[in-house]
Design a protein around this ligand. Structure first.
Ligand code: SF4
Length: 378
């Protein structure tokens, strides 16, 4: 049976590195940018005629894809169009940094069929933005949002961060209100995580981070306020107006097959193989037309791996997991594999069962990582 799939395209360039960021991205070097685009197109073209399943979602992420000039992005989009069968109504998202949006780019994205914007806003307080090492101001967020709206974008999502240095509950409340005033269709609200190797990690003792209790309050406040504003929570950290859930991210949580293209990109192929491209820029640029040569990791997922992923990715979503899906996919009932854990968390009030569906309760969302850890079979 023909199944649809998704594409992720990685653009590993940024104007400058943010103080908390451990994503695979580098400050832009023109020399690399041109060579990378050529190499990326060469990798994309290795799929020509090889993949017949239609593509239901394309996500151009980074890094900062909005750094690319229209001609540069145009080359990549053309390579995608000629190598894959992208459905007419596919969700096509580009990640943008508000410091890099221009009217020309916004019109170009729209004209090229991009229909969803994921904007890295993170904060709406200029002092905080400076502390985070972001290149933009609050005013640029508003200006970018206006340019994108004028260009015809209706589906705009903001990424916001809580638990930031010096941030109080009332500052976070103010951020949410300011964001809501712009009527985004979708909000992703993540807590700051101190990642090893970042400037924030090195100087964490001096950061004046909110304590754990304040951070929990920020999270609950987010759920409450966004629900009052008509945005439904469909995943632990993601909220949307009705029917504006990110199809791409939902696909990841549903374990839909995807092909990752570009430096360090991961794929989940339908025969349950996980592949990761090299993170070595020189190697990628030299050998991108040879998929074997740029493959850094290849993992064949066992049935157990697949069951674990099904559980902890599925439970992230408020609609939970379906017992009938587990049976169809793995040929055995969910209760024979996870019955003991499910009963335990039903009793604790962290899981709830409604007919065929098992999902986290509000309290369960709060301690989700602990619950997920129990669904690992080893
Ligand atoms: S713009 Fe995004 S990818 Fe680039 S350094 Fe900042 S957080 Fe990382």
């Amino acid at each position: 049976m023909q199944q649809s799939m998704m594409l992720y395209v990685h653009i590993p360039f940024c104007i400058q590195k943010c103080a908390y960021c451990d994503f695979l991205s580098f400050p832009t070097a023109e020399k690399y940018k041109q060579a990378y685009i050529k190499a990326l197109c060469a990798e994309i073209e290795t799929w020509k005629g090889k993949e017949s399943d239609p593509v239901s979602s394309v996500f151009i992420g980074g890094g900062t894809p909005s750094i690319l000039l229209p001609d540069e992005l145009g080359e990549i989009l053309e390579a995608l169009q000629t190598s894959f069968h992208i459905e007419k109504n596919a969700e096509q998202t580009i990640e943008v940094n508000p410091g890099t949006v221009t009217a020309e780019k916004a019109y170009f994205w729209r004209q090229e069929g991009i229909n969803r914007i994921s904007m890295g806003v993170q904060a709406l307080d200029n002092d905080l933005l400076k502390t985070l090492g972001r290149i933009h101001t609050k005013e640029q967020v508003i200006e970018s949002w206006e340019l994108l709206s004028i260009a015809g974008f209706q589906n705009i999502s903001f990424d916001l961060m809580m638990g930031l240095p010096g941030q109080t509950l009332s500052m976070w409340d103010e951020t949410l209100h300011q964001a809501l005033a712009l009527h985004p269709r979708h909000l992703s609200c993540y807590s700051l995580i101190l990642e090893e190797g970042t400037p924030f990690f090195e100087k964490q003792a001096q950061l004046d981070l909110p304590d754990e209790e304040t951070e929990r309050q920020m999270y609950w406040h987010t759920c409450r306020l966004l629900s009052e504003a008509g945005m439904q929570q469909y995943e632990i950290s993601n909220f949307s107006q009705p029917s504006y859930e990110s199809r791409h991210n939902t696909g990841y949580w549903r374990r839909k097959p995807y092909i990752g293209l570009g430096l360090g990109a991961s794929s989940l192929l339908k025969e349950q193989v996980r592949i990761k491209n090299t993170s070595d820029m020189e190697l990628y640029i030299r050998h991108s037309a040879d998929r074997e040569a740029i493959c850094e990791e290849r993992q064949i997922l066992t049935l157990q791996d697949q069951m674990e992923e099904f559980m902890f990715l599925g439970l992230r979503c408020t609609r939970g997991v379906k017992k009938s899906d587990f049976l169809r996919l793995f040929g055995c009932s969910i209760d024979t594999v996870y019955g003991k854990n499910i009963s335990k968390y039903l009793q604790y009030g962290l899981l709830q069962q409604e007919g065929d569906i098992i999902h986290l309760t509000e309290r369960g969302m709060d301690v989700a990582n602990q619950v997920f850890a129990d669904f690992l079979l080893n």
